[in-house]
Design a protein around this ligand. Structure first.
Ligand SMILES: *Cc1c(COP(=O)(O)O)cnc(C)c1O
Length: 366
């Protein structure tokens, strides 16, 4: 069996270090917002190249709290429009609607499947206040163009970096381009905790301070509440796990790039569309997503060969029951993508032999 992602194997490599870190937290007697969170925040900000980082409970909260903080700061207001790629994971859209903002679903670029500035231009109005690029599958969006477009139109930029820890463009990492970047450390992400976790990175001290309070009941000082905040704190124990795993992120990215290169160089089935990437640094290959108009048959073929695959994602947000108000939107390229995409095994521990088995099986598909 070729596993899609073997989380047990990934974490087993660091078991001794992870256990030691657990023990340190247990023995400290301090479990919420202490030394581990502070140290991880500093190390993660340094890794991303930003001044600040704030640990939160998960990636969805990282997105929600950033938009919420911009409302508290008076930068945006309910009813404002947010440009977002139509083919993103539902979390990006939930963060917008949770804040009573309006998601404007933009058809993605035909090659990268990331947000297209050209299509954003067609959707901009006086209500547009935010652009929320999603670095889908691990590939950073065209942030130079996006930031220029945002400047021209007075938009705030919130990067959804949940799939793209460490991806970079012109030497600037995902999260450091926008006014803020939101990360998830869900176990299956490229930097994964052993439970739920997330973070926001930013260079804006005001945003940093507001989110710091919002995540902790709206309070900077115990029992004094400035905002009607929430409880969305990063646990000390998860911060300790993440400190261990951050040390291996670059190594894992290299392993993913090697697998991706092997796939790109050796999958030659003319009925399969391979992912597009113009520069090595741009992509950290959270997922390796191919396309086939006969996806269902391809899944069956690979399954028969013992190869696990997944679809990210089978239903676009605007076709979900939860967004019945958006169901009538017509987004043909997005819909086509959702019918054709297939994620094949991508795991930093994937062996050369398993990688070759995937290549042979995809090439044999007719
Ligand atoms: C995983 C993911 C999120 C949400 O992260 P959680 O930690 O699961 O809440 C948000 N956006 C994208 C693009 C994701 O892939």
């Amino acid at each position: 069996m070729v596993n899609f992602l073997d989380l047990k194997k990934i974490n087993e490599k660091h078991k001794i270090e992870l256990l030691k870190a657990c023990e340190r937290v247990i023995d400290s007697g301090w479990y919420i917002l202490g030394k581990e969170v502070k140290e991880f925040e500093n190390e993660f900000a340094k890794y991303c190249g930003t001044k600040y980082s704030i640990g939160v409970a998960n990636g969805l909260d990282a997105l929600i709290l950033t938009l919420r903080a911009w409302k508290e700061l008076g930068y945006i207001a309910p009813g404002d429009h947010v440009l977002v790629p139509a083919n993103t994971y539902i979390a990006s859209i939930l963060a917008i609607t949770e804040n009573d903002l309006i998601p404007i679903l933009v058809e993605p670029d035909k090659k990268t499947y990331n947000i297209s500035v050209e299509n954003c231009k067609k959707n901009i109005t006086s209500k547009t206040k935010v652009i929320l690029p999603v670095h889908l599958y691990g590939q950073i969006s065209e942030m130079d163009e996006i930031v220029a477009f945002a400047k021209d139109n007075n938009l705030l930029v919130l990067e959804d970096c949940a799939q793209a820890h460490g991806a970079s463009l012109s030497g600037i990492k995902a999260g450091a381009w926008g006014n803020a970047g939101a990360f998830s450390f869900y176990p299956g992400k490229n930097l994964g905790a052993l439970g739920d976790a997330g973070a926001i990175v930013t260079n804006d001290i005001k945003l940093y301070e507001v989110i710091n309070a919002l995540r902790n009941y709206g309070s900077h000082k115990k029992y004094e509440n400035i905002y009607t905040g929430v409880n969305s704190r990063l646990d000390e124990i998860q911060a300790a796990m993440l400190k261990v795993k951050l040390n291996y992120l670059e190594e894992d990215i290299m392993a993913r790039r090697k697998i991706a290169l092997n796939y790109l160089n050796n999958i030659n089935n003319i009925n399969v569309i391979l992912p597009f990437c113009s520069q090595v640094e741009k992509h950290v290959w959270h997922l390796f997503v191919i396309r086939s108009p006969k996806r269902h048959k391809l899944i069956e073929h690979l399954d028969a060969k013992g190869i696990q695959t997944l679809v990210h994602y089978p239903i676009p947000p605007h076709k979900q029951r939860a967004y019945s108000n958006l169901n009538s939107l017509e987004l043909p390229f997005t819909e086509r993508l959702h019918d054709e995409i297939l994620s094949i095994p991508m795991d930093p521990t994937l062996s050369q032999d398993h990688c070759n088995r995937v290549i042979d099986a995809v090439n044999e598909f007719k």
